[in-house]
Write a protein that binds this ligand. Structure first.
Ligand SMILES: C[S@@+](CC[C@H](N)C(=O)[O-])C[C@H]1O[C@@H](n2cnc3c(N)ncnc32)[C@H](O)[C@@H]1O
Length: 257
């Protein structure tokens, strides 16, 4: 098969406005890692900028109430639906504050039959407290628009048991992937940057070869870089100019390597 070279498009735009510029029924996989409504501005951690390599920036992450936040998510998703293919997969990355609200909203918007998995990204670092169990995971809600015909290529991960040492096993809905530490070579300084390993696994599993992937809150461009490395087309939006510059630079660097 003659597959086209992957195209990546990153635009400074609001999610809801950006999707209005896309062709109807053109996206195979939608992945969004929106702000989590933490109530604080997300900034590059102090001291985390390494000698001219990392950027320092921030983005707003506060809504007047949870109801306002969920209404915003719902409105943006509703505006996105026309650009998704009828068999598209939808991955929404949230956390323990918002997951239960998002799940009910998605059941209502996309239909309970479209629910496929509640994926746990177990990341190891941070989240400790002496007053509760350490919070060490995010939640990725996977829905499909076509319960009978959606794409899935079961990923394999390294087996951990002694019996299966050196072999692989089918991944479960708990993905053990470390978050980026200060020394990680892919770290850019962008606040809440996700690891390429996570996005590569999700895209490989949930998007067909040559797919078009949409990330409407692309931040440092991790989803787009993962798509490029897999030969997939990608579209990203972000309202933060620093994010758009960074995502474009990462994509350009990937094309050269
Ligand atoms: C959690 S971060 C995404 C991080 C990204 N996954 C990465 O690996 O770098 C959320 C992003 O949403 C962006 N954002 C916030 N409101 C937005 C909106 N209305 N439309 C598009 N992007 C928005 C922020 O600027 C921020 O870059």
């Amino acid at each position: 098969m003659n597959r086209q070279a992957p195209r990546s498009q990153v635009t400074l735009a609001d999610w809801g406005d950006g999707v209005g510029t896309l062709a109807p029924a053109s996206v195979d996989l939608f992945y969004a890692d929106p702000p989590f409504n933490t109530g604080v501005r997300q900034s590059t951690p102090a001291g985390a900028v390494r000698a001219g390599r990392d950027i320092a920036t921030s983005y707003a992450d506060a809504w007047p109430s949870m109801a306002h936040y969920v209404a915003w998510l719902r409105e943006c998703l509703a505006r996105t639906l026309p650009v998704l293919k009828p068999c598209a997969n939808v991955l929404l990355h949230v956390d323990q504050r918002t997951c239960h609200h998002a799940r009910l909203m998605l059941d209502d918007l996309l239909g309970e039959a479209g629910f496929v998995n509640h994926i746990i990204w177990s990341y190891g670092l941070g989240g400790s407290s002496s007053r509760r169990f350490a919070r060490k995971h995010d939640d990725i809600l996977w829905y499909t628009l076509d319960p009978a015909g959606y794409f899935f290529a079961p990923p394999r991960v390294e087996a951990t048991s002694r019996r299966m040492r050196g072999q692989t096993k089918k991944a479960t809905d708990v993905l053990d992937i470390p978050s980026l530490n200060n020394m990680a070579s892919e770290r850019t300084g962008y606040p809440t940057q996700k690891p390429l390993e996570l996005l590569t696994l999700l895209l490989r599993a949930c998007a067909p070869p040559g797919a078009t992937v949409l990330d409407p809150c692309c931040g440092s461009g991790t989803t787009l870089v993962a798509a490029q490395s897999l030969g997939m087309h990608s579209i990203g939006f972000d309202t933060n100019p620093a994010a758009v510059d960074l995502a474009r630079a990462r994509l350009a660097a990937g094309q050269q390597s």
